[in-house]
Design a binder for this molecule. Structure first.
Ligand SMILES: [Cu+2]
Length: 175
């Protein structure tokens, strides 16, 4: 929409796409035209206050126009061939967006748990394993040593006591 007011086109450089319709709305009391500077793309009749002129652009290009009654009124419509690009862009953009999202989620989800599990698991596991292993290995050894020591001590005591008991009787009779 280009509003014409105060003897001027409201949009000096309007950018549209092929297939778009542009509407000129005249708010001036004076009548105006929308006329191509060169060529015949725009060739409106005089239209007064409250009236409109519309035109659909089918070919890309820059269309400069002016008012036949007020040559100082000038503006341009730039028509670009944008319709084809959007479809390819949106499919490619959506897949690219969808693909990064899972990857980022997967990568972001995997690293945090992995380090935490690895860091947490090894420390407790190693500590517990070391403690349990040392305890379990030491306990049997200690028990074995204790039993062996007790047995050897008992045997020594028995031998000593037996020797002493046998000693005195054998030594006392002679004197
Ligand atoms: Cu005019």
């Amino acid at each position: 929409m280009v509003v014409i007011a105060d003897l001027a086109y409201g949009v000096r450089e309007l950018k549209v796409e092929v297939g778009d319709s542009v509407i000129w709305s005249n708010s001036d009391e004076a009548r105006h035209t929308v006329t191509s500077v060169s060529g015949s793309e725009l060739a409106s009749e005089l239209f007064g206050q409250g009236e409109r002129f519309s035109h659909t652009f089918a070919t890309p290009g820059a269309y400069a126009y002016f008012c036949e009654l007020h040559p100082d009124m000038k503006a341009t419509v730039i028509v670009s061939a944008a319709p084809p690009p959007p479809p390819p862009v949106s499919p490619t953009s959506t897949p690219s967006i969808r693909r990064p999202a899972p990857d980022q989620l997967a990568t972001s989800a995997v690293p945090p748990p992995a380090p935490v599990e690895v860091a947490a698991a090894p420390a407790p596991a190693a500590g517990v394993a070391a403690v349990t292993v040392t305890d379990t290995t030491l306990d049997p050894l200690l028990l074995v040593f204790a039993v062996a020591c007790a047995a050897s001590v008992a045997a020594l005591l028995g031998l000593v006591s037996g020797a002493r008991r046998r000693g005195p009787p054998s030594g006392s009779p002679p004197p």
